[in-house]
Design a protein. Structure first.
Lengths: 283, 281
């Protein structure tokens, strides 16, 4: 147990390639050191390039100015309210999408006929870019929370649905047949074989959707000039002019929030579905 | 039964099964379109025009030109074509930057530790949030839009290339080294082919991202493009025109994805062949 916990705490590598790597502390510390050094070097390069003033500082401020502004923003209750508004819409939309698409995905994945009938339709609906629906969303639901939630739910439905269908459909047939031989009922097979083997796929879908969802919320806030949220803050400071440091600080915070959500979900994935990676050869 | 009767019977069952598979494949979609048509006519809501009206309007918008230009109207050349060019330009730029950079980072184990957190952070920055910055630095012309599309869609390609290059079978590389293959030959004949499936997967994801970013970039400070038309229709309250744009974007996304899959089948056919052989042997 403690082993898998430790594995979950290792810094994220490139996804699934090295999930259980780093058996000893020294190597893990070295990786953590390189990660920290990498961030520092990236910042120093940015600081150097921006301090050359190839573009006037009012258009492209120094990296350190942006960081200072970021720290100010994170202490500003008004800005934190915007962050909460974004996360609120994101969480509600993602939950809605999960509640809708997991049951539908299981239904489609288990029935061969439903799978065949619905796959062309899903293939057609999926590529409709959610941002194309922003103008329609504004007309139908205004510029507040409902519009954002519906757009996020639409955009995040597809990866979850797709992964659920795929996970349930591509179950090891030997396992299913064995269960049938032992006289398990259809419902029991679904509960004990299809669902456990599809669970990591479903979670991957949720994880992909989580990052898409955040981009969609902020995009919708910015493009629809919503009443609150990180996106509407960025729109507000960019249209009032001369506040590029605030624009970049807002965008940076959005990026950090997204990266944090992604790595937390990655840790959860590695903790609960560690068995999935056991077969993978460490590189 | 005579031979002729058997032939007729066989033909009949053939036709029947063809009809059946057609209904299974497209029945649900057609039923939904008919339902939408019926419901929209009953409800009479201006927000949801019936599909027949959208189709009619789309034909008037885009297929009303002179026969010499294949009936394509001016709008196709003013909006649809520039959008397509920006989309493809940005995506090709993303591939041209992402694949070489990804191989470079992926080949070095320590380098990927250094850059990974930075890449994860850059990837998580929502593209729309950077539009103000891009506008100030690059203006409001096509350059800005192409750069935005490239910036937003490079991450799946870059990350997948890194991952694909890192997870190469070490046995293959050792063998190549034992046979003293020069560096470029190792890169060209072992690293690149082995990473190809992952790279293609990344390219496909970023193609659909590029469609989204194309629309996003055209919703702000633009004068033409599909995204601009949709937004303009919203402001002028021309709901059927807006729906035409949405349907066109769906068709565009679907077609691009389909074309890319065909291309991938062709380019990676050998890969499936090799894997199939090892699986059966």
């Amino acid at each position: 147990m403690s082993d898998s916990l430790d594995a979950a705490r290792t810094p994220a590598g490139f996804g699934q390639s090295r999930p259980l790597a780093g058996p000893n502390l020294v190597r893990r510390a070295a990786t953590a050191f390189r990660v920290a050094l990498g961030i520092l070097i990236f910042f120093l390069i940015l600081e150097f390039v921006t301090s050359l003033e190839l573009v006037p500082h009012i258009y492209l401020p120094r990296a350190s100015t942006v960081i200072r502004r970021m720290v100010e923003l994170l202490q500003d209750p008004k800005f934190l309210k915007h962050v909460m508004a974004t996360l609120h819409a994101w969480a509600v939309g993602l939950t809605l999408a999960t509640l809708i698409s997991v049951p539908i995905g299981i239904l489609i994945g288990t029935s061969e006929l439903a799978y065949k009938m619905s796959s062309p339709l899903i293939e057609f609906m999926r590529p409709i870019p959610s941002v194309a629906l922003i103008p329609l969303g504004i007309l139908l639901w205004g510029q507040g929370l409902p519009m954002k939630v519906i757009l996020v739910a639409y955009a995040t439905t597809w990866p979850i649905l797709f992964n659920t269908v795929y996970g349930v459909h591509d179950v090891d047939p030997v396992a299913v047949q064995t269960a049938r031989c032992f006289g398990l009922k259809q419902a029991a097979i679904l509960r004990h074989i299809n669902l456990p083997s599809a669970a990591p796929f479903i979670f991957t879908g949720v994880r992909i959707s989580a990052s898409i969802g955040l981009i969609v919320v902020i995009g919708a806030e910015l493009l629809a000039s919503a009443d609150s949220g990180i996106g509407s803050y960025i729109l507000f400071v960019s249209s009032s002019g001369g506040q590029m440091d605030s624009v970049l600080a807002g965008a940076t915070i959005a990026g950090i929030v997204g990266a944090m959500i992604n790595s937390v979900l990655g840790l959860i994935d590695r903790h609960f579905f560690a068995w999935r990676y056991l077969g993978a050869a460490p590189s | 039964m005579s031979t002729e009767g058997i032939e007729v019977h066989r033909l009949k069952s053939h036709v029947l099964s063809a009809i059946q598979s057609f209904v299974v494949r497209y029945g649900l979609g057609m039923a939904l379109v008919i339902l939408w048509e019926y419901a929209a006519r009953q409800a009479g809501s201006i927000f949801f025009p019936p599909p027949s009206e959208i189709l009619h309007r789309a034909a008037a918008l885009w297929l009303s030109g002179p026969p010499g230009r294949l009936f394509l109207s001016d709008s196709v050349f003013q909006d649809v074509l520039p959008s397509l060019l920006r989309l493809l330009g940005g995506w090709v730029l993303a591939v041209a930057v992402g694949v070489p950079l990804g191989i470079l980072i992926g080949r070095s184990r320590h380098l990927s530790d250094f850059v990974n957190p930075t890449l994860q952070f850059l990837r998580a920055i929502p593209g729309p949030a950077l539009i103000p910055v891009f506008i100030i630095l690059l203006g409001t012309e096509s350059t800005m839009r192409v750069t935005l599309i490239a910036f937003g869609s490079v991450w799946p390609i870059l990350l997948n290339t890194i991952e694909g290059t890192r997870t190469i079978d070490p046995l293959q590389l050792d063998t190549a080294q034992a046979f003293r293959l020069p560096r470029y030959a190792r890169l060209w004949r072992i690293v690149l082919p082995a990473a190809m499936p992952k790279i293609f997967a990344g390219m496909r994801v970023s193609l659909s991202l590029a469609v989204i970013l194309m629309v996003v970039s055209e919703l702000v400070a633009s004068t033409n493009g599909i995204g601009y038309r949709i937004q303009n229709a919203q402001i002028m309250f021309l709901l059927t025109d807006m729906w035409c744009g949405i349907v066109l974007l769906a068709l565009l996304g679907y077609t691009l994805n389909w074309l890319f899959l065909k291309f991938e089948d062709r380019a990676l056919g050998w890969h499936r062949g090799v894997r199939g052989r090892t699986a059966t042997s």
